[in-house]
Design a protein around this ligand. Structure first.
Ligand code: GLN
Length: 304
């Protein structure tokens, strides 16, 4: 497959597109990002990777980090995790509070904010230094120790994070949060602030395309069964109330973030990351979704 030629075609096609959405502004720091940024990176291995545009520039990965914290929580909790979280698509916006009321504080899935905040509670409860351990996890799966949190973004989100703080308080009132609210949201705002490029993200997600092993070293990070479940959740819940549309258009398991990044994987084949900060009304990268639709259409390969 000539991925570079396909990427060049996508870059060319996308340059003619009108993009109508807006950059996220409810986190003040994200509103400062240049809306014209656009990059994409397909990773098949260290010697075999393909890219265009701003693929080496770091951006705020935001909710893409929820896949990393889910992987860490599954390693710690095994099947017991599913007493605290459900595995159904929510059909609601990522920051919604409504379902919690009638579902007794058990979030629909780990990829909406409510679910990720329960994951955060678990990691804060069980790990001595969760921020350090999350960084160690990301460094290990990428082999890249330069990846770090963006303190300015973390503090910016903290200053306006009323909904997330409300979510933790509400879930705690319903009995599904153990720790104090402050360390949970502090960890959550930091995980969202992780600053990574498309090149780094696509390499990190290769463990989900390679049955839980780091491709370059062969090191086993996750059990194949864990990977199967995480990929199933990305397929059904990775794009909030647009999960059906992403599946329909692209046909790969993936995860988005309001920083404008999307990562998707083709099991046993490749991992791909794309970044364009302009979001559609569901909070997913407008150009990113279109670029990935073109990738699976032009290659003629998806998981379906
Ligand atoms: N930090 C963001 C929030 O909690 C993450 C949301 C997202 O990327 N969808 O609102």
């Amino acid at each position: 497959m000539n991925y570079q030629q396909i990427l060049d075609t996508i870059y060319e096609e996308m340059s003619y597109r009108d993009v109508s959405g807006k950059v996220a502004s409810y986190i003040p720091e994200l509103a400062r990002v240049d809306r014209k940024k656009f990059g994409m990176h397909v990773y098949c291995g260290d010697q075999e990777n393909f890219s265009f545009g701003d693929s080496d520039e770091c951006f705020s990965i935001q909710s893409i980090s929820k896949v990393f914290t889910l992987a860490m929580a599954m390693r710690l909790m095994g099947e017991d995790l599913w007493d605290r979280l459900n595995v159904e698509p929510s059909g609601d916006p990522f920051n919604s509070l409504t379902q919690l009321e009638y579902e007794n504080g058990v979030p629909r899935n780990p990829f909406i904010n409510a679910g990720a905040l329960v994951l955060s509670d678990i990691l804060v409860d069980q790990l001595k230094d969760p921020k350090r351990e999350l960084l160690d996890f990301v460094h290990k799966i990428t082999g890249d120790t330069s990846i770090k949190y963006d303190e300015t973004v973390a503090q910016s989100e903290k200053s306006t994070g009323y909904r997330n703080i409300a979510l933790v308080n509400y879930i705690k009132a319903l009995g599904n949060i153990k720790c104090d609210v402050e360390p949970i949201v502090d960890f959550y705002f930091h995980q969202c602030s992780l600053s990574m490029s498309c090149a780094q993200l696509s390499k990190a997600f290769m463990i989900f395309a390679n049955k839980g092993r780091v491709l370059e070293t062969g090191e086993k990070i996750l059990k194949p069964k864990t990977v199967k479940r995480i990929n199933a959740l990305m397929q059904t819940c990775g794009f909030y109330d647009e999960a059906g549309e992403f599946s329909f258009q692209v046909g790969l398991p993936g995860k988005s973030g309001v920083g404008g990044g999307i990562v998707a994987i083709h099991p046993d084949n490749y991992s791909v990351a794309v970044w364009s900060p302009i979001l559609n009304e569901k909070g997913n990268s407008e150009l990113g979704m279109k670029a990935l639709e073109r990738l699976t259409t032009l290659t003629g390969v998806s998981v379906f």
